[in-house]
Write a protein that binds this ligand. Structure first.
Ligand SMILES: [Zn+2]
Ligand SMILES: [Zn+2]
Length: 277
């Protein structure tokens, strides 16, 4: 059995014609997990032959807007397209319930229209929201999948989580945004695949706009991500959600930078790149 990791969206918060917002699909043990739900996640899921009703759970790394822009689309798609009750588990850091309640409030009129229109729909979207501060968030012996969360450091964004997905000795880590920290090290120990948001400090420093310069403080640079991977014996490092948006031919340069620190394989993240373990 294999574990399949697909980068659904690799874009930065600035809209890009080629990159959807941050989201990653992990398929393991016959289960389908979505990590974050950025811009156009539904389109990229469709490209993978997956629709919202088929998701086993959505797991959020944090509540920055670019990671949740299309969570409402997943909630509505799940509700309307499922032929019967199909509660959607949503796991995330503290404040996730508040955000989900806000989304349901925003969808209030639409939920009303659909309840009035479809006789067989008697209730609004069914959601099972779990806020985690770290620890095992999914333990599913039937599929052999275990998912462990740990606090990460993306301050001043707090709290935030990274995830370690284990399935039959295969290990995938979704690091999220954030800088190196003990929680991330724990998740990454001996991982087969480590997916990390990365920033190029040298390039960001060339953009004379303070709000952009501020992003340097709380994202792993390519070198920091490579160092985390090397320190923890990771096999493959996947560079995603790149900041600033890279030029079309920039991959080699980013990979070379990571490879100067990390001795494993470096994989460049474009939308729909799939890594199989
Ligand atoms: Zn963020
Ligand atoms: Zn982000």
């Amino acid at each position: 059995m294999t574990v399949e990791v697909t980068l659904l969206g690799t874009g930065s918060p600035l809209p890009s014609a080629d990159r959807a917002g941050p989201s990653t699909l992990v398929r393991a043990g016959g289960r389908t997990y979505l990590f974050d739900a950025g811009r156009a996640v539904g389109l990229r899921l469709a490209a993978m032959g997956v629709a919202a009703p088929q998701l086993t759970a959505i797991l959020l790394t944090h509540l920055h807007s670019d990671h949740i822009t299309d969570l409402n689309d997943m909630i509505t798609g799940r509700w309307v397209m499922s032929p019967g009750p199909n509660p959607l588990p949503i796991i995330g850091p503290g404040h996730t319930s508040e955000v989900v309640d806000g989304i349901l409030a925003m969808l209030g009129p639409d939920i009303g229209y659909r309840l009035a229109h479809h006789e067989d729909l008697t209730e609004g979207p069914a959601l099972e929201v779990t806020e985690s501060a770290g620890g095992v968030v999914i333990d599913d012996p039937d599929s052999g999948v275990r998912i462990i969360a740990a606090p990460t450091d993306h301050r001043p964004v707090e709290p935030t989580l990274g995830y370690r997905i284990e399935c039959e000795r295969r290990v995938v880590v979704i690091g999220g945004d954030g800088v190196p920290c003990a929680g991330l090290d724990e998740l990454c120990a001996g991982a087969d695949v480590y997916v990390q948001t990365v920033l190029r400090e040298d390039l960001v420093r060339q953009i004379p706009f303070q709000r952009f310069l501020d992003t340097i403080d709380y994202h792993s640079t390519v070198l920091q991500a490579a160092d985390t991977a090397e320190r923890n014996g990771v096999r493959r490092l996947v560079l995603t959600h790149q900041v600033p948006t890279p030029a079309a031919d920039a991959a080699a340069e980013w990979i070379e930078l990571a490879a100067s620190v990390f001795s494993g394989e470096v994989i460049w993240g474009d939308d729909l790149v799939t890594v199989t373990v």
